[in-house]
Design a protein around this ligand. Structure first.
Ligand SMILES: O=C(O)CCC(=O)C(=O)O
Length: 357
């Protein structure tokens, strides 16, 4: 580890060192597109400092990184009032309500379900994929297998991002203009697509209790400075099949002890946010957005299984290392969006089937 890394990792180091290291790393990111690991670490630790302004100032600085997108229907874009301009996309009818709920509560559930043909397509992708096993497992965690609904070997099966982005339904979702608009308004910054994922969760005999690695203990995300996640349930989700649990309002502020990076137990959360736990259940096709700087977890699956698709938008790629998945055959929707908003989709490598062979 570098000397700077050793300093940043020291448990007693405080904001006087963390803040300049994080700012230096952000400037480096702007020049090079990569984040020095000590700067990412400094950013995470800075969030836990008692003085909240240095983290907030760095997060605010990302708002200027990419010019705001000119989205149809968004007051921020010059197209907004053009005759005949109207919103399109899965949240088109409820953008204002979703933005308001995200701001007030930290999460918002869409009023209608995702088209079942899109769900079918995503589910077929997930059934065919070889996944990475995560969390308590009968086999070895980190192993690779296809999900077997009748005999799952691990509490979580993660698909490879390349397999997810190959799905046309996934591509239409990540390029969805109404989701881009919600993200832009919530972040106060142009959204940059930084993660696409899909995973199965299951009950495993002898798998033990809730699994930290499978995100089944309360935590908050901090891979980036500002971000919002879109979740789609691709199976019916009830109390038995692992609903997402979000602590309402915890995206706004948290007691100092809960700003510590790591896992937090249920009693701590209940004491700090009495009555604010929300269990998000719903039928297949349920879509919700969450600002997961707020406290959240997935409830362990008691029986059956759950399949979730997720896409994330951030104000900057500063932070955790990001992947650069290849999209061999982009849908017309993604191709058009990537041409119009190259910065949003800048981590994708667009190929052509002929080149891939
Ligand atoms: O499985 C869940 O609902 C929790 C997921 C989670 O923690 C996350 O996506 O950050």
């Amino acid at each position: 580890m570098s000397r700077l890394g050793q300093i940043v990792y020291h448990p007693l180091v405080g904001r006087r060192i963390l803040a300049p290291v994080a700012r230096w790393g952000y400037r480096r990111h702007l020049r090079t597109g990569t984040t020095p690991p000590p700067a990412y670490r400094a950013m995470r630790k800075l969030y836990g400092c008692r003085a909240t302004e240095p983290f907030a100032a760095l997060a605010a600085a990302t708002a200027d990184e990419v010019p705001l997108l000119d989205l149809p229907g968004d007051g921020a874009g010059s197209d907004a009032d053009a005759p005949g301009t109207s919103r399109a996309g899965i949240a088109a009818a409820e953008v204002d309500a979703v933005v308001a709920a995200l701001s007030a509560d930290g999460y918002a559930v869409l009023g209608h379900l995702l088209d079942s043909t899109w769900c079918d397509e995503l589910e077929a992708t997930a059934r065919a994929a070889t996944c990475t096993l995560v969390g308590p497992a009968r086999g070895s965690t980190g192993g690779r297998a296809r999900f077997q609904p009748d005999a799952p070997e691990a509490v979580r099966y993660d698909l490879d991002e390349a397999d997810v982005v190959a799905s046309p339904a996934a591509q239409r979702l990540i390029a969805d203009p109404s989701l881009l608009e919600v993200a832009q308004r919530h972040l106060g910054a142009a959204p940059v697509q930084d993660l696409v994922t899909m995973w199965w969760s299951a009950a495993v005999e002898g798998g033990g209790g809730s699994a930290s690695a499978a995100a089944q203990q309360f935590h908050f995300d901090l891979d980036r400075l500002r971000f919002v996640k879109v979740f789609v349930y691709l199976t019916d989700v009830d109390e038995q099949t692992g609903p997402h649990v979000y602590v309402r309002g915890s995206h706004r502020s948290k007691p100092d002890a809960l700003r510590r990076d790591g896992r937090h137990d249920d009693a701590e959360i209940a004491a700090a946010f009495p009555g604010e736990e929300r269990h998000i259940s719903g039928p297949r096709g349920t879509v919700f957005l969450a600002d997961t700087i707020g406290l959240h977890k997935g409830l362990p699956v008691q029986g059956g299984h759950r399949l979730v698709f997720q896409t994330e938008y951030a104000s900057s790629l500063f932070g955790a290392p990001f992947t650069e998945p290849e999209v061999i055959t982009p849908t017309p929707e993604l191709a058009a969006a990537a041409e119009k908003y190259p910065q949003v989709f800048r981590r994708f490598r667009f190929g052509h089937p002929a080149e891939a062979r």
